[in-house]
Design a protein around this ligand. Structure first.
Ligand code: IPD
Ligand code: CA
Length: 260
């Protein structure tokens, strides 16, 4: 099936998922691995809805998802990488800043990505080689220097051993840029970079479902998406650091990160 048709099906399914998120009530958090890593019945229900709708749209498709250990083969012919609710902590505490993130990969290469924030009805999309869009309008990373931008970061909350380094980098970023934001959704942070709202985003550990769609959107918006040491981002089940931004902002960040 043509990738643009698949992206259209993704968006249709994600809007349905967004309706479920907006209708949520009495949200109860269950701890997954520790008190910061939580899941709700809505994360699981939204994931099941997406698997059903995308499975009907692309028969035989496989899935690599955050919940329920649904981790099919990453090299599959047709694969959807799903984070049903990215920003679950925000969702549980009523911050209204969470999203649905879906990437489509064919034989181990991400070909399309979409990130949908139902609270503000923002749909970010990209097809490899075709540019990045917000609600159908082209978006680009900023051309401002890092010093003139707002910087987003994530606290890698499930990895307390990374807290010291995270906040060391965040302090340096704060001193260099205009200000910092910790908004609570990696996928939306990546889209903020793609839309030129933030100069960079970094986080010292993420999973593929957090960054698969957003990283393509950043690259298609003219940006870079790498590890924090400047090496290429892997497409596997490892949990790398992620750094995204314009070429100049990424270079400036790598320089400041290297300083002791
Ligand atoms: C989390 C969010 C958060 C980031 C974490 C992610 P989840 O995803 O993106 O901003 O700091 O590293 O795991 O658990 O809400 O889907
Ligand atoms: Ca996530």
């Amino acid at each position: 099936m043509d990738v643009s048709k698949i992206l259209a099906e993704m968006q249709k399914a994600m809007r349905r998922a967004g309706e479920r998120i907006l209708q949520a009530h009495d949200v109860l958090a269950e701890a997954k691995t520790d008190r910061r890593n939580v899941v709700t019945e809505y994360d699981r229900a939204v994931q099941e809805l997406l698997i059903r709708l995308l499975g009907e749209a692309v028969p035989g498709a496989r899935f690599f998802c955050e919940e329920n250990d649904r981790h099919d083969d990453l090299g599959a012919e047709d694969l959807f990488i799903i984070d049903p609710i990215d920003g679950t902590m925000n969702f549980v505490h009523g911050f209204h800043h969470s999203c649905v993130s879906v990437a489509y990969s064919r034989r181990g290469r991400i070909e399309a990505g979409a990130v949908y924030n139902p609270y503000v009805n923002e749909m970010f999309t990209a097809i490899r080689g075709g540019g990045a869009f917000l609600n159908g309008r082209p978006i680009h990373v900023t051309d401002a220097p890092l010093s003139e931008t707002v910087i987003c970061f994530g606290s890698a909350p499930y990895n307390p051993e990374l807290t010291g380094e995270t906040f060391r980098l965040a302090q340096r970023a704060y001193e260099t840029g205009l200000d910092v934001r910790r908004e609570g959704s990696a996928a939306l942070d990546l889209c903020s970079v793609a839309a030129g709202r933030a100069g960079i985003y970094f986080e010292l550990r993420l999973s593929l479902w957090d960054y698969a769609a957003g990283s393509l959107i950043v690259e298609e918006a003219g940006g870079r998406c790498l590890r924090v040491d400047g090496s290429a981002l892997p497409f596997d089940a490892g949990r790398p650091s992620v750094l995204a931004g314009s070429k100049s902002c990424v270079e400036a960040f790598l320089e400041l990160a290297g300083k002791s």
